[in-house]
Each structure stands twice: as C-alpha cells, then as structure tokens.
Ligand binder design. Structure first.
Ligand SMILES: [Zn+2]
Length: 636
C-alpha cells in the first residue's frame, strides 16, 4: 500500500474546505447515554475463531485526517467508533459497535423486547451480556426483525432459543414478506453477490489509514454463527398498532425501499421514533456494490416524509438500526426533512436530466446536492455514493442500455480491450501515456485505461501495477466507505491476486427455510445449458416428511418444476426427506452419497437423475473481477 500522491493530498484538502467541520453534533449524539464500552474485547466462536473485535481501529483516535482518507469519511469512521451500551431514554437501550448494525432493547412490563439481534449469535449474546450487567435480569419476551437483511436477524439464536419460541414464551415479529425476502434475496445470484460483497465491505482488507476504515453503516461485519427463527407474528397492514408486554408499538411497513420487506416503529409512551434502516447517518445505497435489484428512491423518500408527518411532532428522539440517534424534536424533524429531500432531490434531478436525454454517466457528473443539503453530514455518501446512486436511478427506469445503438452490441471486455490497445498504438505507447496522466492525477481515466491493458494482456505486469496504483489513489479520495473498500480491494487483487476464500455452505437456518420452489430455481441456474443440449429428464420428487410433491422437467436445456404434481411418464421417482435435501445443501453429504446410503430411494431409471447431476455447475467463490477470466475457463 502506497502513500497518497500530491494530487490526492490536494483533492482531500479541497474536500475538507467544503465540509461543515464546525458541526460536531454527531460526536455528542453518539456519546449521549453512554454506559459501558465494548472496548477492544475479542468475541470468538466456541472453537476460538475470531467473530468480532474493534482492535485494529486504534489509528482512528487521531482527529487529524491522514492524506490517505477522505476527510469526511475519516470523521464518520471516528463517530462510528462509539461503541457499547447506551441508554436512549427511560426503558429504551441500544448496543452499538458489536457489529455493523445496532441492537435495540425495550424494557417491557415483565421482560425485554429485542429489536434486530445483529448478524451472529456470538455478538448478540455478548451484547445481551453487557446489557444485563447493568440492568435487571429479565427474560426476552419478544424479538422484532425490522427487515430482511441478515445484519438484522442473524444473531437471533444468541438472544432466544427455538424452544422458547415454540413454547410460546417469546413472540417474533417481522414485516410482511419477511421470510421470502430473508431467505431469497441472496440465493439465485448468491455466489456473485458474495464475491462482490468482499469489495463492498472490505472484510479481508487490513484495517488502517491505507486500508479499511469503516463501512459507512458501522465498522465492519461480524463473522460468527448466523441463524434464523421464523417470525410468529407478521405485520401485514400498512400501519398496525400492537401492545407487546405493555409497550404500545405503531408498526408501519416500508417495503421495497432499503429492503424488500421492512418496517419502522413509533413508541408513543417513550416518544421515540425508530426508523430501522430507512434513515441512517448517510446517503444510503440505491444499488449496493454487491449487486441487488435496484431500490426505489421515490418510495424511500415518501416513507421518510410520511414518518415526519405522522410522528415528527411527537418524537423527542429518533433511533435507527445503524449509526447513532438524533435528539430533540426540532432536530429530529430537521433530520427527517433532510433525509427525505436528499432521496427526492437526487431522484427528481436524475429523472429530469434523463428526460433531457442525458445518460447515467453524464448525470452523475452534473447533479450535486444543493448547499442546504450538503452542509448536513447525514446526506454525505458514506455508505452509498451519490454518483453510483444516480446511475442506479437511471438503471431502475431505463436499464443498462444508454439508448445509443453503438452500445447495443458492444464488444465484451477482452475483445474491446485488445482492439482499443491496438488502435492506441500498442501496450507500450498506452502505458507511457497513462503514466503521464497518472503523474497529473487523472486516476479515473488511468484506472480505466490500465484495466484495458490488463484485459488485453493479463501477463502485463506494468499495467497491473499502474492499474493498482490508480485504484488506490481513487480509494484514498473516496468519501464513500464502500467505494473506498472496492477500490482498495481491486488494487490488492491486481497486486497480490484473489485472496484465499473459505467455501461458504450458507446459513443452515436459512437453507432449511428455503421454499422448495426456490430450491429448484437455484438448481436450475446451476444447469450448464451446453451439457444439457438435446437431453430430456423427467423426475418425480416425493418429500415424505413435508408431504410435498414436485415434478422436475428438463428439455430444451431448461430445467423447470411444477409443485404438487407427479408426472405419469417420469423417468424416475425420488423419495426422500426435506432434511436429507438440506444436508446436501449444507454440504454434509452429496446426492451421490445419499443415493448410495438409501437416504434417497429411487424407482425407475435412477441413472437419469445421475445424468442430470452431471450437468450442474458448482460456483467458485474466487472468480476474477479485476482481471480477465483464464482462457480455459469452465462454465462457458
Ligand atoms: Zn442493515
């Protein structure tokens, strides 16, 4: 990792001059109600593997931003260091800095209501332990998942057990559509998302002034045991009021904005508004760098406006499931107006320019937040990034295609790179010009053109070096933590290759909850269409424990399924339990081994099933991103 260049120093100095540095309110807000810190504790798995620690972030104690970090991100990364147990108000507590997300605890009349039990059981249990050290010992009587992302439910079994829930001692609340979204959002494109998430969160980057400093929403993500217990109660109407253990909670659904299934809450007796992840202390993502279905900025803004209208006047404090609270009614209302208008402004101006014929890359250069918004820290792009969000809005309405037919069937990366480099006079000439531009600080272009050199010739070491250097400086200049992580991860892979990544079998509770339809949809995207050419297979599936029947049909190189049916002329019938299927998904056994052991009973032509299995791909996690795929790559 290299130092900041003079151009990067100048860029970060210039950025500093535009920032509302006098506004130190966030530090005060993040400290308020502090009881005890998590500090530099190590939270580990039962087998000793590290799950979470804030160790390694000591370098953030300095107020002065280093040259290698955007000054606004530096400040934000420092505020996100506030960690431990906090009292929000009477009977409302938060645990922050135990994960990327917050856990909120409300003290009911007889027990505790836990909101969002973090990603892993280990950090959730540690958070509860710190709470219980300071507050009366009471059982958890309810858990609320604000939304379907794993940083808001994964640690649930560190807080309550499935037995307690089954016995009716604990109720679990979630927004309508929670389970489908929670188990489904990362399945079909899961492997690609997992790989790209490595760039977004910078989880394998070293922490430091030249490495990972934050994620925008919190410091990092915990790496422990993720779990899921299905909700016992769903909020289905747009607004529902429930009394849980003596606490009145107004639930309001906010679907298809930050998450497919989400809710916010207002607690009248405490005058506390909990905005879940609909507001954060930054401009959120309309399209995370890991990839997702594009989110709806317009709906998002309306949810915030609605919350302001209905609860603003009656709120003394606003909390959320990331970052820190906002205190006093006046400031809560100002914050909600600011957040509402940041999403609305960017949405409307993007669409306005779109309708003038501008394309995403152009609009991203043109739209700047008005001063009245940009002087608020909470509109800054610490998680999402303004430019990327503008392109996401374009994508939501118009798609990837910019409308210019010259780009309708553009050459793919390697072919385009080879042609470009040749037209530009060959690699040596391009490299010489790119080095000149690097010296001038034109890193965006150098990153682009050096990437073309790498794609044209993956053996070009000088091109790798220059591409890495350019990405690194872009990372040092990025206000967005996720953009910084992506640039620095890219630089690292250009220099050292793809890091060794453990294979990921998925979250057992999530796999067990996967609807069979989704299971077969995922099996179908593993089908290698070339291997399947000309083949037909019809399989009846009978699941004896869940009493489900399916027909799986392969023809035309497409695998389709029909639930609640059995085909008369099927090649074979497979009889098994859902539990066996889950064991296979969790890589505890294989289809072949389960056939061998009789866990799967087959009648008919069992070899047709084996034939189908041979057509299914497995996905490598460490596929190349900043370099071209090796020419003898499988799965083409
Ligand atoms: Zn979250």
């Amino acid at each position: 990792m290299k130092d900041a260049t003079e151009a990067t120093r100048a860029a970060n100095r210039a950025a500093l001059a535009d920032l509302p540095v006098a506004d130190q309110q966030s530090f005060e807000d993040a400290r308020r109600g502090f009881i005890e810190a998590l500090g530099d504790r190590l939270i580990t798995r039962a087998d000793g593997r590290l799950v979470w620690t804030l160790q390694g972030y000591e370098f953030l104690s300095s107020e002065q931003p280093p040259d290698t970090v955007h000054p606004a991100l530096w400040r934000h990364a420092r505020v996100n260091m506030a960690n431990g147990l906090y009292r929000v108000t009477d009977r409302v507590y938060q645990l922050r800095g135990f994960d990327v997300s917050n856990m909120t605890i409300i003290e009911g009349d007889s027990g505790l209501i836990v909101i969002d039990p973090l990603i892993s059981t280990e950090v959730a249990a540690a958070a509860m332990e710190l709470y219980r050290k300071h507050r009366p010992a009471r059982p958890v009587v309810a858990v609320i998942y604000t939304h379907s992302h794993i940083d808001h439910f994964g640690g649930v079994r560190g807080v309550v057990s499935t037995e307690e829930v089954a016995a009716g001692k604990v109720t679990i609340w979630a927004p309508a559509g929670f389970m489908a979204a929670a188990v489904g959002e990362n399945v079909i494109a899961g492997n690609a998302m997992l790989r790209r998430a490595l760039f977004q969160f910078g989880a394998v980057l070293p922490r430091g002034e030249r490495g990972q400093v934050d994620t925008g929403l919190g410091k990092s993500v915990s790496l422990g045991t993720a779990t899921l217990i299905a909700p016992t109660h769903l909020v289905e109407k747009p607004v529902e009021t429930h009394r849980i253990d003596g606490v009145e909670i107004i639930f309001e659904l906010t679907p298809d904005a930050e998450a497919p299934a989400e809710l916010i809450m207002y607690y009248p007796q405490f005058r506390v508004l909990n905005m879940a992840e609909i507001t954060t202390q930054n401009f959120h993502n309309l399209l995370p760098l890991r990839g997702a279905v594009v989110r709806d900025a317009l709906a998002w803004s309306k949810y915030i406006g609605g919350a302001l209208h209905r609860y603003g006047a009656a709120s003394d404090v606003l909390i959320a499931q990331h970052n820190w609270p906002v205190w006093s009614g006046e400031r809560v209302r100002a914050f909600l107006r600011t957040q509402r208008d940041a999403y609305k402004f960017v949405h409307d101006q993007t669409v306005r320019l779109m309708n003038h014929g501008y394309v995403g890359a152009e609009i991203a250069e043109l739209v700047k937040l008005p001063a009245s918004l940009s002087r608020e820290w909470s509109t800054h792009s610490f998680y999402g990034s303004l430019k990327h969000n503008i392109k996401a809005i374009y994508q939501r309405y118009l798609g990837y295609y910019d409308g210019n037919p010259a780009n309708l069937d553009a050459l793919p990366p390697v072919e385009a790179a080879k042609k470009s480099v040749e037209y530009m006079g060959g690699a040596e000439a391009v490299l010489a010009k790119a080095r000149r531009d690097y010296a001038r600080g034109e890193y965006r272009w150098v990153a682009q053109v050096a990437s073309q050199l790498v794609f044209a010739d993956p053996a070009n070491g000088d091109a790798h070096e220059l591409a890495a250097d350019a990405l690194e400086q872009l990372g040092y200049q990025a206000e967005s933590a996720t953009a910084r992580n992506a640039y620095l991860q890219g630089a690292s892979e250009l220099r050292y290759g793809v890091p060794g990544l453990p294979s990921d079998a998925g979250v057992p509770d999530v796999i067990r909850s996967l609807p069979l339809d989704m299971y077969f949809d995922f099996m179908a995207v593993r089908l290698d269409g070339n291997k399947a050419a000309g083949k037909t297979v019809v399989l009846n599936w009978r699941f004896t424990d869940t009493r489900q029947d399916y027909v799986l049909n392969l023809e035309n190189s497409a695998l389709t399924c029909v639930p609640d049916a059995q085909a008369d002329g099927a090649d074979a019938t497979l009889t098994l339990t859902r539990a066996t299927l889950d064991e296979i998904s969790l890589q505890k056994t294989t289809f072949a081994a389960a056939l061998q052991s009789g866990q799967i009973a087959v009648t008919g032509r069992g070899e047709k099933f084996v034939e189908l299995l041979d057509m299914l791909d497995t996905f490598p996690l460490g596929f190349p991103v900043v370099e071209p795929r090796p020419s003898r790559s499988p799965s083409r």
